[in-house]
Design a protein around this ligand. Structure first.
Ligand SMILES: Nc1ncnc2c1ncn2[C@@H]1O[C@H](COP(=O)(O)OP(=O)(O)OP(=O)(O)O)[C@@H](O)[C@H]1O
Ligand SMILES: Nc1ncnc2c1ncn2[C@@H]1O[C@H](COP(=O)(O)OP(=O)(O)OP(=O)(O)O)[C@@H](O)[C@H]1O
Ligand SMILES: [Mg+2]
Ligand SMILES: [Mg+2]
Lengths: 168, 162, 162, 168
């Protein structure tokens, strides 16, 4: 499974449709404080099925929907789509006859999230399992949040041990 | 559960020792699994000896040394089961120039060993210069993010202005 | 004790609002004292509105915005009773270039308003260039620190090599 | 009261006698990771009478004594001296007839700390009070440790309120 493209609309500060192409090797993301870099990272974890609003610096999952600025009104829906290459046919049965997989998560204010894979409605756990089978997912140890290194350093030994369990 | 933890511990520790040596240009470190009756209460400690210094527990090292050591742990776990995507959000913040170079060299090594695609969020010009490509996130309209392609030569003169 | 807390709160909040405006080049922020039966359980919250954005609690801001806001709080407390010495250990780590410039401008302002002497530990070349003088800590002999004077022009070409 | 000079010997990585002159305005301290910058800052808090070993990333106060390297043996004593300008005569009675005050703290392995002001033995609390009267001290909010900004941001509201009490 290879990650090809992340597409966002209405997710936090990415109110306008935005495409991030993910190519092989090292892709750098730069910009001033507060411009949206960590929001982009959160969109990736969100579409992979993270269910806790706390993972998004939010008090409620609706907080990931663009909440407006002094110049624009709030939106009522946010959608993130992740396009995956499945040429190696490693996807679970039912999704494995396609070269390309598109995982889409959409949230409607006050109504929770919906998930689709290649246009078909699925449950959050189907999305979680799709990524778990590919050694990744919203809780993958390879997704290092801003400040997480400091948390590991300051963590109690028992909390730090949990990192090992991600590897087990 | 206990055997599985012990087994994965041994594999991670093996990677961790090599990565520490790479990131510090020498020295030694080891992971220590502190035993407890209940495997859920077992703790993970780290003893690290940067080159020329004496071995110390993680909490006695400098800010940058701690970050580099934690990075060795993260990549050690990563190597036991490489993910197709790895995202690093400003992990180079506490590092001095030569440690940023080592961090970049490590990432180059990871791209050789695995098929993993890396997304690296950074404010550091040295890290930027090591990337294969750069995207800039801008807020020309306040509170609204847009993504733009940044030419790598332009990054030499890139000034982050909020 | 409650009145004293309320009184110092008002003074600190006054400084905090002005400092936030200076550090963010606009926007607004305020300190919020959350009441509780026991004054020892009262909490200090921060609501911040960077320019053009909507007001949010501190935890919803970006890493750099949070650091800058916390810095405004620290200096607000400082201004209520300026100390003869102020030491800042790598507080500029999460800031982008233009916010580092604002941080430096703020320190210049503090040196004009008070007699305080500042010791600023930094890896940031912009901060280094703003200092009145620089000392380098070196470890030519591993594990042994020595202090050397660094010429400010030399800082332009200073490469931190461990 | 003005801070003039910090002199260290045997304190953490500063095994050789070291003088830091503190002049008006902004003094920058630079150097690679692990070279001793934060150790220098800790020496200042230490001589001002900080009594908790936890404030020094240590498990015991003896840990601030140079513990040796692969090339040198450990020391058994550490001493830090802080020279203050007292031209404004703001020092407490008993120390107020001098233009210059020198506060010295020395620790001997296994025997704890001794304090002197201008050569005269004093108790830790005399040192604490000297600095408290000058609106400073080991716990001064103007001494910002590495990572402390992150702690303030992540702190529970009640813990954050304590910062205000430093101002009261
Ligand atoms: N739902 C939302 N709608 C609009 N804006 C939002 C929403 N959620 C968060 N924001 C804004 O997004 C900004 C944070 O963006 P982000 O954390 O991605 O910045 P960053 O580029 O990572 O910055 P830094 O370099 O400081 O880490 C904050 O200013 C916050 O107000
Ligand atoms: N008692 C001691 N004797 C000898 N070395 C010590 C002692 N205590 C700490 N050290 C060493 O001091 C080093 C830490 O120094 P310090 O924290 O001052 O670095 P720093 O310059 O602030 O680095 P950074 O930029 O990473 O924050 C560690 O390598 C540690 O092993
Ligand atoms: Mg960020
Ligand atoms: Mg340090």
């Amino acid at each position: 499974m290879k990650f090809n493209r992340l597409r966002l609309v209405g997710f936090k500060t990415f109110v306008e449709p935005t495409d991030l192409l993910i190519e092989p090797g090292l892709t750098g993301v730069v910009g001033p404080n507060g411009c949206g870099k960590s929001n982009l990272v959160e969109a990736l974890r969100w579409v992979m099925g993270e269910s806790s609003h706390k993972a998004f610096r939010a008090n409620d999952m609706d907080d990931v929907i663009f909440s407006g600025t002094t110049g624009r009104p709030a939106r009522n829906t946010a959608e993130v789509a992740l396009q995956l290459d499945n040429a190696e046919r490693t996807a679970p049965a039912g999704f494995n006859e396609h070269d390309v997989l598109e995982v889409v998560r959409r949230i409607d204010r006050g109504q929770g999230s919906h998930y689709r894979i290649n246009g078909r409605d699925v449950r959050a756990r189907d999305v979680n399992m799709l990524f778990a089978d590919a050694s990744t997912g919203a809780r993958s140890p390879a997704l290092v949040r801003q400040g997480q290194i400091g948390e590991i350093v300051g963590a109690k030994p028992a909390a730090r041990r949990r990192i090992l369990e991600e590897a087990a | 559960a206990r055997e599985r933890l012990q087994a994965s511990f041994t594999v991670v520790d093996g990677h961790f020792r090599k990565l520490f040596d790479t990131l510090f240009g020498g020295g030694e470190a080891q992971l220590v699994l502190t035993d407890a009756e209940d495997p859920l209460e077992a703790g993970l400690d780290i003893i690290a000896k940067p080159p020329g210094k004496k071995p110390q527990t993680l909490s006695l090292l400098s800010g940058g040394e701690q970050a580099l050591t934690a990075m060795a742990l993260i990549f050690a776990v990563f190597l036991t089961n490489p993910a197709p995507i790895c995202v690093l959000d400003e992990v180079d913040a506490p590092l001095d120039d030569s440690n940023v170079e080592r961090f970049c060299a490590l990432m180059d090594e990871m791209t050789r060993l695995t098929d993993t695609r890396f997304l690296v969020i950074t404010h550091n010009p040295i890290s930027m210069a090591h990337m294969d490509r750069l995207f800039g996130v801008t807020m020309a309209e306040r509170g609204v993010s847009r993504l733009v392609s940044v030419d790598l030569q332009g990054a030499e003169r890139l000034r982050e202005v909020s």
